[in-house]
Design a protein around this ligand. Structure first.
Ligand code: SAM
Length: 352
């Protein structure tokens, strides 16, 4: 296996031909000024979470959106339908923790009825044992479960309020409900859980689950990110492939670099957002729980949809804002540029 070569990505907008600032197109797919077509909408349904993972939120003192600020299921469904008409083919529900939002299967059912190719969910898995069946029954196709340690005590200290047993039961329930192959997100922190890389790889081989190692990103609410705390995806791949050879595979949707074991089941992905940015192929647009459109996790620019939704905006106005939000995307996220500052909203407030 050869490691991919990192590609430096600049955040500076390139000048347009002739220097003029063209407006977004009024028809065709959702495209930015660099030609990236957007087909993936991430929808956050809440900024609240029942856990306090050390790389995401402080243990105490987090403040949350008031209930009326959240988009209703009617509002979310309307935006999703307009996005579908603009070429979005997949939606992923996230948060905060999406399963703390009441009645989630009803929303999944409404999104599935819109005919998306893919309706997926990212969850911490704490309540998945209870909800996997109803969610799958409503039309959910795929689930990603976050789990940063296979050791109960370490799991509890990393996730602060988490219980590994409940998450494992959630994974089993998801598989029993047909939400396979199950993907498991692992955020690696140097000196904290990076000694479990081979344990996770071995677990992927025996369970058939796809483990995706995520680099720690400067999106924690505490502002304690530092480059030396992340574990580069390339290092993870080297460690695993020195024990079990890997071959590149299309196991999972971008942005994970994906591999399967040369001799067995299960798979591995690395999401090297910091050390090997994949902005050049980014096709994602995000809708926050309070109705802001974000074209990048790391941006500070938001297009506010909620006011339009609640102020009598027509479908054409909403489509125009979706187009503008995509059009304004920068070529790269800028994390490796001098002067980068973390965005004002952290991961749980944006929707990871
Ligand atoms: N609560 C759900 C969960 O735990 O999967 C969904 C939201 S959570 C914000 C989405 C993903 O972002 C999780 O896999 C989580 O581990 C990851 N995450 C949170 N903060 C992060 C950070 N600072 N760097 C990298 N990944 C992070």
């Amino acid at each position: 296996m050869t490691a991919p070569v990192p590609v430096p990505v600049s955040v500076r907008p390139h000048s347009t031909r002739g220097g003029e600032r063209r407006a977004p197109p009024t028809d065709g797919p959702l495209v930015d000024r660099y030609g990236r077509v957007h087909t993936d909408l991430r929808i956050s349904v809440t900024d609240r979470c029942n856990l306090r993972c050390v790389y995401c939120m402080p243990e105490k003192g987090m403040s949350f959106l008031p209930r009326p600020a959240l988009l209703s299921f009617d509002e979310i469904t309307r935006v999703a339908q307009i996005a579908r008409d603009l070429g979005v083919t997949s939606v992923r529900i996230t948060g905060g923790e999406p399963l703390v939002r009441k009645g989630l299967p009803a929303l999944i059912g409404r999104l599935a009825a819109l005919g998306f190719e893919d309706v997926a969910l990212t969850t911490n898995g704490m309540a998945l044992a209870q909800w996997a069946g109803p969610l799958a029954g409503a039309g959910l196709r795929r689930v990603n479960v976050s789990c940063d340690s296979l050791r109960p005590q370490r799991f509890a200290s990393l996730r602060r309020r988490g219980d590994l047993g409940a998450v494992m039961a959630g994974m089993a329930a998801a598989e029993a409900a047909g939400l396979t192959p199950l993907k498991v997100n692992v955020v690696l922190l140097r000196g904290v859980n990076d000694d479990e890389v081979l344990d996770f790889a071995s677990w992927a081989r025996t369970t058939g689950r796809i483990v995706r190692f995520i680099e720690f990103m400067p999106l924690d609410a505490q502002g304690q990110w530092h480059r030396h705390r992340l574990v580069p995806g390339r290092e993870v791949l080297e460690r695993i492939s020195s024990k079990w050879p890997l071959v590149p595979a299309a196991l999972d949707a971008a942005p994970a670099d994906q591999y399967r074991f040369a001799d067995g089941a299960g798979g591995i992905g690395v999401i090297s957002s910091v050390t090997q940015p994949f902005c050049g192929t980014c096709d994602r647009l995000r809708l926050t729980a309070d109705g802001a459109l974000r074209n990048c996790l790391f941006t500070n620019d938001e297009h506010h949809l909620r006011d339009l939704l609640r102020g009598g905006g027509g479908d054409a106005d909403i489509a125009l804002l979706l187009r503008a939000a995509v059009w304004d995307k920068y070529p790269g996220h800028g994390v490796n540029e001098p002067g980068f500052l973390s965005p004002a909203r952290s991961m749980s407030m944006i929707g990871g």
